[in-house]
Design a protein around this ligand. Structure first.
Ligand SMILES: Cc1ncc(COP(=O)(O)O)c(C=O)c1O
Length: 409
């Protein structure tokens, strides 16, 4: 077999049906951005929308904007728009608060729905915030947390388990759970599921309703490109909404917020997931950002994500013997980033950044490279691996400045 070439990359780009979508993004020309799995790029139109919201809606129309410009309804309206990304119905999703806070709410509600059971089942090595929230909710509710190896989850589900709480795609390795199988197995045992979809939403089609998912959360600043600190979504299946016991009751989740009643009375539907005033500027940024997906089929997004990831893995295998791909080799078991281990991964990521290739580092030795099918090109992957080869050949990662640990890695 002949080795791959840069011309192969250009040919792949020429045949890419999503290639035109890249023009919907503002991308610095000298940068190869492979970190859309952490912070999505800036879609065109977001700046203007946020500017208009500040200047005209806030600056001129002031408080009337809550009514006149749809501020009050934004968490529901944008939730309805997000529903198609996860295969939910419009009234099952709201956008507000962070993933961590939404996870806290959903776990409490799920446990209330299985009050007679004693175990909260999760995986080891998951994203820390999930584990911290899971542990704290379990403490508050008197449940035991069982954290098993990701591959052992199915075998550990039994009738003691109240809730199975997992991240669909692992932040470190990109390993993907079989959402349908875990959900079905949990239900057979009488347990409920809470899925964290942070690393899958916007990178692949999801179908939570068809899979029978009970609850789900996910952030919007990764593949959905909502911007730094964009609020997260929360999904509650219709069948659980009437019983949704809100652990942080607040006025935005009240049935009659402006009646200013002494007692809390939950709103109908997904509105009762809300708590306090949502971040309007971030919500409108997200709403405008979703325009980048206009006319885009998520099956095509997934197909390109797989093709880009396979291309990346092929090139690392061919050209970078010093590094090891630690993501699953089978695309069906993977999300939309590829993780590569190297003993000096942190310094290598810094040296790559100095050469204009942006990936990131995760403890203890992992370099992550995310492919965002809306704007990542096959030639970007080629050039990134080419620079990785150079950084390792010249050993420029050994320079002192590349050893300095920044706050965000
Ligand atoms: C799996 C997962 N859950 C949660 C978060 C972040 O949660 P929050 O939006 O509360 O910061 C991340 C962030 O990268 C994540 O990867």
């Amino acid at each position: 077999v002949r080795a791959s070439t840069r011309d192969d990359a250009l040919a792949l780009d020429a045949g890419d049906s999503l290639a035109h979508v890249r023009t919907r993004f503002v991308l610095p020309p000298s940068v190869i951005y492979l970190d859309g799995n952490s912070l999505g790029a800036l879609p065109r139109g977001v700046t203007e929308r946020v500017h208009d919201t500040i200047e005209r809606e806030w600056g001129h129309d002031l408080i009337s904007s809550w009514n006149e410009h749809g501020w009050w309804d934004a968490p529901r309206r944008i939730g309805a728009r997000l529903a198609r990304f996860i295969g939910a119905e419009a009234g099952e999703v709201v956008v507000s608060d962070s993933t961590s806070v939404n996870l806290y709410k959903l776990l409490h509600a799920a446990i209330s729905n299985r009050a007679e059971r004693s175990v909260l089942l999760t995986e080891r090595h998951g994203f820390p915030t999930d584990r911290y929230v899971i542990d704290s909710v379990a403490r508050e509710r008197g449940l035991t947390v069982e954290a098993c190896e990701p591959g052992a989850v199915l075998a550990r589900i039994d009738e003691r388990v109240a809730v199975v709480a997992l991240t669909h795609v692992d932040y470190r390795t990109g390993r993907r759970h079989d959402l349908e199988a875990v959900t079905a197995t949990a239900h057979e045992a009488g347990a409920l599921v809470v899925w964290d979809l942070c690393h899958s939403v916007g990178a692949m089609p999801l179908d939570v309703d068809r899979a029978g998912v009970d609850y789900a959360v996910g952030c919007t600043y990764k593949y959905l490109n909502g911007g730094p600190g964009a609020p997260a979504f929360a999904f509650v299946a219709h069948r659980h909404q009437a019983r949704f016991a809100q652990p942080i009751a607040g006025w935005h989740g009240h049935a009659r917020p402006f009646a200013m009643e002494e007692a809390y009375a939950p709103a109908a539907g997904a509105s009762r997931l809300l708590t306090g005033t949502p971040p309007i500027l971030s919500l409108v940024a997200l709403e405008a950002a979703l325009g980048a997906f206009e006319g885009v089929d998520l099956h095509d997004v997934r197909a390109k994500s797989v093709a880009l990831s396979e291309w990346f893995i092929t090139l690392v295998d061919e050209r970078v013997p010093e590094a090891t791909v630690v993501s699953p080799r089978d695309a069906g078991d993977r999300g939309s980033h590829v993780s590569v281990a190297h003993p000096s991964a942190y310094a290598v990521v810094q040296a790559l950044a100095a050469r204009g290739v942006i990936g990131d580092y995760r403890e203890p030795d992992v370099m992550r490279f995310g492919v965002a099918p809306l704007y990542t090109r096959f030639v970007d992957v080629w050039d990134a691996v080419d620079r990785l080869v150079e950084v390792l050949r010249t050993q420029e990662w050994r320079r002192p400045e590349h050893q300095i640990r920044r706050t965000v890695t």
